[in-house]
Design a protein around this ligand. Structure first.
Ligand code: IDP
Ligand code: MG
Length: 146
């Protein structure tokens, strides 16, 4: 089982697409372990996108991520990291396949609706950055068996 961090970015919240995005992840079969709405601080956004700090778009990306509330979530499932990235589609919505969140709902490379961790190692770091252990709930779904 893997855990991964998902953010509905400020554009997704402003466009009232939170429910749509959660719905797609639920229907994929992933399990929600934690969720909160918050307006990220600059320091949190900078830590989150630390690996991109040398990119030309980094300052604008930090402005964007801190521009309004985001919905932060932890989802669990087999290969959850890959499953979420697949459901999100390619970074650039114009290149994302139809049927994916970005391919169906987006057009803009920065305002691409949602974030998903890119590896199990990154996921571990990002889950710990956004959530404390007591904010995550371990539970068993009725259809999971014993
Ligand atoms: P990812 O979100 O698909 O993992 P990353 O390369 O990690 O893509 O980039 C992080 C975020 O930075 C993207 O989701 C997008 O919001 C933004 N971004 C990526 N590339 C560009 C770009 O070329 N111009 C503007 N923003 C970008
Ligand atoms: Mg990334």
């Amino acid at each position: 089982m893997e855990r991964t961090l998902v953010l509905v970015k400020p554009d997704g919240v402003q466009r009232r697409l939170v429910g749509e995005i959660i719905s797609r992840l639920e229907r994929r079969g992933l399990k929600l372990l934690g969720m909160k709405l918050l307006k990220p601080s600059r320091s949190l956004a900078e830590k989150h996108y630390e690996s991109l700090k040398d990119r030309p778009f980094y300052p604008s990306l930090i402005d964007f991520l801190t521009s309004g509330p985001v919905v932060a979530m932890v989802w669990e499932g087999p290969k959850a990291v890959e499953a979420v990235r697949q459901t999100l589609g390619a970074t650039d919505p114009l290149k994302a396949a139809p049927g994916t969140i970005r391919g169906d709902l987006g057009l803009h490379i920065q305002m691409n609706l949602a974030h998903g961790s890119d590896s199990p190692e990154t996921a571990e770091r990002e889950v710990n950055l956004w959530f404390s252990p007591e904010e995550l709930v371990t539970w068993k779904a009725a259809d999971e068996g014993s």
